[in-house]
Design a protein around this ligand. Structure first.
Ligand code: ATP
Ligand code: MG
Length: 371
């Protein structure tokens, strides 16, 4: 087990693409750390650099007590499951899973035993003697996962390891990973596009954008209090509503209407200041009549989400989405009023895009909610 300390890490590819820019990041010993960000932001490059498969142009990587920046991949004792998992085509499932153990000179019987155990946990017991070409994509992905898990490395690096699994297998593999991590406490860096996966698995997470880390925090901290407009617009299965607004007379003026100033920003904004009001669709309410500090809106369309409705609205300040319970969906064309929740809404400075107020004032509450 080992902490990972990354300082001032920069990677510029031969074609001039700057994939990592002065990245500073500390991942604690035994931590499950998720990495999120849009396609091309540098997630795979960061993992490959930690693994020793890419050499950085500048900066340092320390794993445990050892500076591994110039060390080849082998002695780093890192196991990586790639986005495009590569299996040995001429070996069966058992030998694929056991291969790193062979390199570590574990005896044949012990290797086969560990391969079968790990394979069984991932639903591969019935196909241990098949070759990769005789497996589905999802099965191949589980073999790659089992191979990394069986070798008991110091550090796991996972690059979207569950992306080819269907919803049910994905849930099962996720539970397996969570239990595995609880048992072994191996420091893990886990890249995913799936935000629910980050919430379910990670102790902390980072959001990357263009080779830069834009926020680090517990998943709930990052979901509840995105530190800047980039993270606010990226995180959330239904994105946060971000409305151009202005501070006016102790309220946030949004078009011709006004909303309460978010509690976390009170006393921190100037009269007349241009701001962006952030409201998660789940944390707003719809009222059929005007109530104090509400925003007039018209219903454009209503989508069923399974247990709730997502209502698309048009306001003078632009489109707004609100999630309402199953019992009370409005009809298309209805005039309604959006009430924001000042305990949950957020305010950003329009010029810098930074959150106004502490980035983690909900941290206590958030951690409690996550357990
Ligand atoms: N070998 C390479 N040579 C040149 N440019 C590269 C190379 N590998 C990656 N890049 C570029 O570096 C940037 C970061 O790529 P990277 O693969 O790290 O992104 P990512 O965050 O993993 O994206 P995705 O979510 O699509 O997998 C991209 O602009 C990519 O085009
Ligand atoms: Mg990638």
């Amino acid at each position: 087990m080992a902490a990972i300390t990354i300082s001032q890490l920069t990677k510029v590819f031969a074609n001039g693409v700057r994939a990592l820019r002065d990245v500073d990041l500390t991942i604690a010993d035994g931590e499950f750390f998720a990495l999120l960000g849009p396609s091309g932001c540098g997630k795979t490059t960061l993992l490959r650099t930690i693994a020793g498969l890419e050499a950085p142009n500048a900066g340092r990587i320390v794993i445990g007590e050892r500076d591994v920046t110039r060390m080849p991949p082998g002695p780093r004792k890192v196991a990586m499951v790639f986005q495009d998992y590569a299996l040995y085509p001429h070996m069966d499932v058992t030998d694929n899973i056991a291969y790193p153990l062979k390199i570590q000179r574990v005896g044949r019987a012990a290797r086969r035993q560990r391969a079968l155990e790990t394979g069984s946990h991932l639903g591969l017991a019935g196909m241990m003697d098949r070759r990769p070409a005789q497996l589905s994509g999802g099965q191949q992905q589980r073999v790659a996962l089992a191979r990394a898990v069986a070798s008991h490395p110091q550090v796991f690096l996972f690059d979207e390891p569950l992306s080819n699994l269907d919803a049910r297998l994905r849930m099962e593999a996720r539970t397996f990973l969570k239990r595995l991590h609880a048992d072994l406490r191996i420091t893990t860096v886990y890249v995913t596009h799936d935000q629910s996966e980050a919430l379910a698995l990670a102790d902390r997470m980072a959001v990357m954008d263009g080779g830069v880390i834009r926020q680090v925090g517990s998943p709930v901290e990052v979901f509840q209090r995105p530190a800047n407009l980039f993270v606010a617009s990226f995180i959330g299965s239904t994105p946060m509503n971000l409305l151009d607004a202005r501070v006016d007379g102790g309220l946030v003026r949004v078009g011709p209407d006004a909303a309460s100033i978010p509690e976390s920003a009170r006393g921190l904004v100037q009269e007349g200041e241009p701001v962006v009001l952030g409201v998660r669709p789940e944390y707003a309410e719809l009222h059929p009549q005007r109530v104090a500090e509400s925003i007039a809106a018209r219903v454009v369309i209503t989508e069923h989400l399974g247990t709730a409705f997502l209502v698309d609205l048009e306001t003078a300040a632009g489109p707004v989405q609100v999630v309402v319970s199953e019992e009370s969906p409005p009809d298309t064309g209805d005039d309604v009023f959006v009430l924001t929740n000042p305990q949950r809404s957020l305010l950003y400075r329009r010029d810098t895009g930074e959150l106004i107020g502490p980035a983690s004032s909900l941290a206590g509450l958030a951690t409690a909610a996550a357990r």
